[in-house]
Write a protein that binds this ligand. Structure first.
Ligand code: AMP
Length: 404
């Protein structure tokens, strides 16, 4: 829901790609297991429609991605080699791998590609030029192909060489995944079916302030949970014990509540909590009888009363946007509230005409854990990018594609 009119970017379908050498930027920033294998291949699976379309057109496909934070240096623990193997398995098609990302050997490998062949280049971030948005690194990358397709939705909020300088110097367009993400977020959130409900959780207010400020102007109901709820409760004069509070965000929290009040929308904070004395999974859990938390305790999850109140709001809504866990869900006993909310949103999403969107890695993990991923209308792959988009920011990686 950008403030400005939707950016005019070209789509993969608008480009002549038949038999061309196409540089495809994807987000293969996948979790790896301790033996270096791919632990979760969702991000690879999401890139398959674009890769399959390119192969149908007999393009010669040169794939670029980053993985982790190697800080501009080669790091064997963050090689994309296992990703090439996993991609090949999922595609049912050979995928070769280049240990160099740029330079004469990389160019030779890219030039040797025949129509319908796929080559994955080594991790972009092994080169410092990537995160520096270096013109010379982008120049070196541009020698790998004739056309650039941007399909790394999760990287669009960064102005790096492969998302900014590179598309500016080549004929460029967005791939199918980026199109799907943008159409969904734009249509559902820019012109939502009402009542429009947002559920925002996560650790801190500061991490989602822009999104909260924007959503409170748009939604009909706002439900706040997770660690950030304690700053809101504290700002309202409620005792929150030893729970996470960001003192420097108290005024911002107050002004969000005032805005909700002025617009006469529903803005709900947790009405009860699961609280512990020590932040450990084996700590005995106490359920509070109201909003307040005893002085020696830490709030770690929304309580059952809050789940019921949130579920009532969910049942009344036609568009639901959810980002951020409502408790310290990494510890099994404190995931109950988030899992119950995931199920309530999923159930509502099964009704005709209801749009449900979940975004952010933690939220998607919760939706998967609750076993309800299929019931959501859209699972947004890029946490940071989807939040900045919802916030109304123009994503640098999209701006670069317009040449502006
Ligand atoms: P974010 O990246 O801002 O969405 O925050 C996600 C993190 O919020 C997760 O690692 C959760 O453990 C954390 N979180 C959720 N609820 C709480 C809480 N009550 N206290 C502390 N951290 C929390």
């Amino acid at each position: 829901m950008p403030e400005e009119p939707a950016l005019k970017v070209k789509r993969l379908q608008d480009m002549k790609i038949s038999r061309k050498r196409v540089i495809l930027r994807v987000d293969f920033n996948v979790p790896l297991s301790s033996d270096g294998g791919v632990r979760d291949n969702s991000r690879i699976r999401e890139s398959l429609p674009t890769i399959k379309l390119l192969l149908k057109e007999q393009a010669r496909v040169v794939i670029l991605s980053h993985l982790g934070r190697p800080k501009g240096k080669s790091d064997p623990r963050l090689t994309l080699k296992p990703v090439a193997e996993e991609l090949s398995r999922l595609l049912g098609h050979p995928v070769s791998f280049s240990e160099e990302t740029v330079g004469s050997r990389a160019e030779k490998a890219a030039k040797a590609l025949k129509p319908g062949e796929v080559l994955l280049m080594e991790n972009l971030r092994f080169n410092p030029g990537e995160e520096e948005d270096s013109a010379s690194f982008a120049g070196a990358l541009s020698k790998l192909g004739d056309v650039f397709i941007q399909d790394a939705f999760g990287a669009l909020h960064r102005a790096h060489a492969s998302t900014d300088a590179l598309p500016r110097r080549m004929p460029s367009a967005v791939g199918l995944l980026v199109q799907k993400e943008i159409e969904f977020l734009d249509r559902a959130l820019g012109n939502p079916q009402r009542p429009f409900l947002a559920i925002i959780g996560g650790a801190k207010v500061s991490g989602k302030l822009g999104v909260l400020k924007r959503l409170v102007e748009r939604v009909d109901s706002l439900l706040i949970g997770g660690g950030m709820a304690y700053t809101f409760l504290h700002a309202q004069g409620v005792s929150v014990g030893r729970s996470l509070v960001e003192k420097e965000m108290l005024d911002e929290a107050k002004s969000i509540i005032e805005k909700a009040f002025a617009r006469q929308i529903t803005c709900l904070l947790p009405a009860d909590h699961a609280a512990v004395k020590e932040l450990r999974p084996d700590s005995p859990v106490e359920l509070t009888h109201g909003m307040a938390i005893p002085p020696d305790m830490i709030g770690v999850d929304i309580g059952p009363g809050t789940v019921d109140i949130f579920a009532d709001q969910i049942k009344k809504s036609k568009t639901i946007f959810w980002n951020g866990p409502l408790g310290v869900f990494e510890m099994e006993p404190f995931a109950k509230g988030s899992l119950a909310v995931a199920s309530a949103v999923a159930k509502q999403g099964e009704k005709a005409g209801v749009v449900t969107i979940a975004g952010g890695g933690d939220t998607l993990a919760l939706v998967a854990k609750a076993g309800v991923a299929e019931s959501f209308s859209h699972l947004s792959t890029g946490g940071g990018a989807s939040l900045e988009f919802v916030e109304g920011k123009i994503l640098p990686g999209l701006k670069a594609l317009t040449g502006s």
